[in-house]
Design a protein around this ligand. Structure first.
Ligand code: BGC
Length: 546
């Protein structure tokens, strides 16, 4: 078949080659993109605390950043990521997933250079905005690319590798901050910023050697390229029957989807994300709402509250005074628990992970709130040095333990789960934009929560103390109900089968759904029948969608 013909199959199990180690490693490489995400969210706290950096921004003699400079420097990255993610979806449909990620790395590197060169606020802000656009490119398109190239049986585990890299990025950021914090030269901020250069070079450079997504090539009608890419990704020879069958399936599905919603121009492409009925679970509108709300719910679990604002709790025990060690506890629990999901997401599936994970999280959050309100953190006194010290240290220790268990649940379920599911639920014609919108939603809610939480916990504002965990517990309860009613089971299915499953079942019955036919056979193509490589010609020849 290397002559350019595709052979269809009606056997649902033969639509993909067995997974080889090489295939596994190629797909795993892209997960490195998670480092950008984690490192960039984590390192800035150390930089804004550096004495040298403060003087560079505020002038000689200053000992702290003004509130407005602090929030501008921190939040401008999110503005960049939000727009970067949205723009990247479109770019990836035009120049491909691979080159969009590489361009994202270049943009990111430019942003890093500007920040390293900065001697004042202007370049720091401009640099973070530009680096943020690069991070937005990475966070959306790495998920899209990985979901499209990974073999279906290990897709969840591989995309969970992206979340693992996010957690490692957060860990590396706190270690680098710690190592540089006592420097009294510009290295105290230039080193943490400059290290990011390496992330851009590794990801961008490495990707040059990887193939682009076969689904992107099919979308552009370039079947030969799609075939070559599949051969490389699956570690199969040029005449592999598995590759032909997988390719036929991707093409048949793309044609089918396009017949339902024609692509049209740029505006139409975006409008397509919002088409269909609100009451049909497989409409594009519902899928877009599902992806964006899932990422919103992931942020609503309150995980970043723990990473950004939990230090006072730990300090109040009086047991640990080193703030680095304090934050290290939670960061390490986060890193170590994530790999559990590599196994569970494929063994039990996405749905159980999100449903049981939310249950675990809500129990922990409510326990932290109740213990804190009755005997723990809320009952404290000031020691002679003016530090808040808990009256009942064991009770606060119990709160800390439940916060750590909460992180365990997040890291092994909702952390990876949200990214895996958004990569799987969108049909090819709207996939890049759907993933982009969902990723932008993650960054938007991340920022909204970062902006409003100080008002909830600051002593001169609402001063909710432990009671803030009642809010997170309530939101995790919503996440539990949300996951039970709305998350479909996508485990083990090809992206094309996910499409069909969402058409034929409801989320609650989805785990029982088994593919019985292939797209190719549904469209009247017989087993082993060979088709030419010009998709449009084939459609006309068959007089049907394919
Ligand atoms: C979330 C981030 C969070 C991180 C923690 C990610 O999945 O989107 O907001 O900081 O997990 O590991």
């Amino acid at each position: 078949m290397p002559g350019g013909a595709l052979a269809a199959t009606s056997d649902v199990n033969r639509i993909e080659a067995p997974v080889t180690w090489k295939a596994y490693l190629i797909c795993a490489f892209a997960s490195f993109g998670g480092i950008f995400f984690g490192y960039d969210s984590g390192y800035i706290n150390g930089v804004t605390g550096s004495a040298v950096f403060i003087e560079i921004i505020e002038g000689p003699g200053a000992t702290a950043l003004t509130g407005s400079h602090q929030s501008l420097i921190v939040s401008i990255l999110s503005a960049g990521t939000f727009f970067g993610a949205l723009i990247a979806g479109d770019v990836s449909d035009i120049i491909g997933r691979k080159y969009t990620i590489i361009i994202g790395c270049l943009i990111y590197i430019i942003g890093v250079i500007l920040q390293v060169a900065a001697h004042g606020l202007g370049l720091i802000v401009a640099g973070r905005l530009i680096a943020g656009i690069g991070v937005g490119f990475e966070s959306a398109i790495v998920i899209l690319y990985m979901s499209e190239i990974c073999p279906r049986k290990v897709r969840g585990a591989l995309v969970a590798g992206y979340q693992f890299c996010i957690t490692i990025g957060l860990l590396v950021a706190s270690c680098v901050d710690y190592a540089c914090k006592n420097r009294n030269d510009t290295g105290s901020y230039r080193i943490p910023i400059g290290i990011q250069f390496a992330w851009g070079l590794i990801l961008g450079g490495g990707l040059l050697f990887l193939p682009d997504s076969p689904r992107y090539f099919v979308k552009r009608g370039r079947v030969e390229k799609a075939r070559a890419s599949l051969c490389q990704l699956r570690g199969q020879p040029a005449d592999s029957e598995y590759v032909e069958a997988e390719l036929a399936e991707i093409i048949a599905n793309e044609e089918y989807e396009r017949s339902l919603i024609p692509a049209g121009g740029w505006f139409n492409g975006w409008a397509n994300c919002f088409k269909g009925s609100l009451f049909k679970s497989n409409s594009n509108l519902r899928k877009t709402i599902l992806g964006t709300s899932l990422q919103m719910m992931q942020q609503w679990t309150g995980v970043n509250f723990i990473f950004y604002y939990s230090t006072p709790f730990l300090q109040s025990t009086g047991a640990i005074s080193n703030t680095f060690l304090i934050s290290l506890i939670f960061t390490l629990v986060n890193v170590c628990s994530t790999p559990i999901s590599f196994y569970t997401v494929e063994k039990f599936g996405r749905r159980p992970l999100l449903v049981w994970g939310a249950l675990g999280m809500l129990i922990c959050q409510f326990l932290v709130a109740i213990i804190g309100d009755t005997v723990g953190f809320n009952k404290a006194h000031l020691d002679p040095a003016g530090n808040t010290v808990a009256n009942n240290i064991s009770a606060v220790n119990a709160q800390i333990a439940f916060i750590a268990i909460f992180i365990f649940f997040f890291a092994s379920t909702w952390g990876p789960g949200a990214w895996i599911v958004i990569g799987e639920i969108f049909p090819l014609p709207i996939r890049s934009r759907g993933v982009a919108l969902s990723t932008a939603s993650n960054w938007l809610w991340n920022t909204i929560i970062a902006v409003i939480t100080p008002y909830m916990v600051n002593t001169d504002e609402a001063n909710l103390k432990s009671n803030v965990f009642f809010i997170w517990g309530g939101l995790c309860t919503i996440a539990f109900v949300y996951a039970y009613f709305l998350i479909p089971e996508t485990k083990g299915l090809s992206l094309e089968q996910v499409d069909k499953m969402m058409e034929e079942t409801s989320p609650r019955t989805s785990s029982k759904w088994k593919p019985s036919t292939t797209f190719a056979s549904d469209m009247g193509i017989k087993d082993g029948e060979k088709l030419g490589t010009n998709i449009t010609e084939d459609v006309e020849r068959k007089g049907s969608i394919f």
